[in-house]
Design a protein around this ligand. Structure first.
Ligand code: ZN
Ligand code: ZN
Length: 346
């Protein structure tokens, strides 16, 4: 089969590799659509813990084969990849905190992922889908579940106000979930105006560009004491510091973006956090009990009733064989993009 292999930092090649055959308890998914995640890009640009590896975890397709012990009724079913592979046995797994599993692996970062014609996974990692969902929309279930999980960790409730800092794919998904779950005010910030236009289309009431707008002053003008919930989805120290400034006393802040580990924050950050008695919450992946969690089932329900708009999220579609070029272009910042879908069959 054809697969895009990450061979080294900045080196991805499309190669012929052996097609997997299912081990006991596993299924084979024939990939129909796989989306490129920011984390795939960072593994390509900054390097990764292991090579050679097939990346890709935002992925949908059709089950074509099953291993021993798996019902043959699954053959022909549409499915999305649930990328986290927890052990289901450690203390954290038993408590339903699967992303804190002591020995998890992850499809597309620690084992072969979906930038390929076929991908093998445990039966429990195939999220069976209704057949009326498009494969493209289904490939974007995983990033949607991350945004839904972020809202949970921010203790978001209907009728609250929220700010989303960063209108990348997770930020845009968070805007959609805030709209769906009844936020009374959705503010979104980004340094790229085109991203802000997309955020408005997806439900943001107010958008601010910090290169022009005074975000702190505008939030104060709109809310008085600040928003109920601030969601950091940009992964920058500036936006993280900003969350503390724009959140009301006893409000919730969620860290959703990966921060550059070499950066640091002024400790005035802590003073503001203390004075406002804020709750600062981390977010890692998108899972809750029962596995994989309501984040996943709710995403499918909102896709079926048309509330989640995935079409607007997608900016490009390419055949899988274009992966080398696409990653080179992204790495060199030659293209502006939202979600990019790779299609192995084209
Ligand atoms: Zn992802
Ligand atoms: Zn575990």
């Amino acid at each position: 089969m054809k697969a895009a292999i990450l061979e080294n930092k900045g080196v991805m090649t499309v190669q012929d590799v052996p097609t997997p055959t299912p081990q006991s308890g596993n299924v084979i998914l024939k990939v129909k659509a796989v989306s490129i995640c920011g984390s795939d890009i960072s593994r390509y640009v900054k390097g990764h813990r292991m090579y050679n590896l097939i990346l890709g975890h935002e992925c949908s397709g059709v089950i074509t084969e099953v291993g021993e012990g798996v019902s043959e009724n699954l053959i022909g079913k549409h499915a999305a990849i649930i990328p986290l592979v927890p052990c289901f046995e450690c203390e954290q797994c038993k408590a339903g905190r699967y992303s804190a599993c002591h020995t998890y692996t992850f499809i597309g970062s620690r084992q072969a992922g979906g930038f390929a014609e076929y991908v093998e996974m445990r039966e429990t990692n195939a999220f069976i889908l209704p057949e009326d969902l498009s494969f493209e929309a289904a490939a974007l279930i995983e990033p949607s579940t991350v945004a839904r999980h972020i809202l949970d960790l921010g203790n978001f409730e209907a009728g609250q106000s929220a700010i989303v800092l960063g209108a990348g794919s997770i930020g845009l998904m968070a805007v959609q979930w805030l709209r769906i779950l009844g936020a009374k005010l959705i503010i979104c910030t980004d340094v790229v105006d085109e991203n802000l236009a997309t955020a408005r289309k997806l439900g943001a009431h107010v958008t601010l560009n910090p290169t022009r707008d005074d975000v702190k002053a505008e939030v104060k003008r709109l809310t008085g004491d600040g928003v109920d919930v601030a969601l950091e989805c940009a992964g920058s120290p500036q936006t993280l510091a900003q969350t503390i400034q724009v959140t009301r006393p006893r409000g919730n802040v969620v860290c959703g973006g990966n921060q550059p580990p070499e950066a640091s924050l002024p400790l005035t950050f802590i003073e503001d956090l203390m004075r406002k008695e804020l709750r600062l919450n981390g977010c890692f992946m998108s899972y809750s009990a029962p596995f994989p969690g309501h984040e996943w089932t709710e995403t499918v329900a909102r896709l079926q009733d048309g509330e989640l708009d995935m079409d607007t999220m997608i900016s490009h579609r390419y055949p899988l064989t274009a992966a080398t070029q696409v990653f080179e272009d992204i790495g060199a910042r030659r293209i502006a993009y939202r979600k990019i879908i790779l299609q192995p069959e084209n």
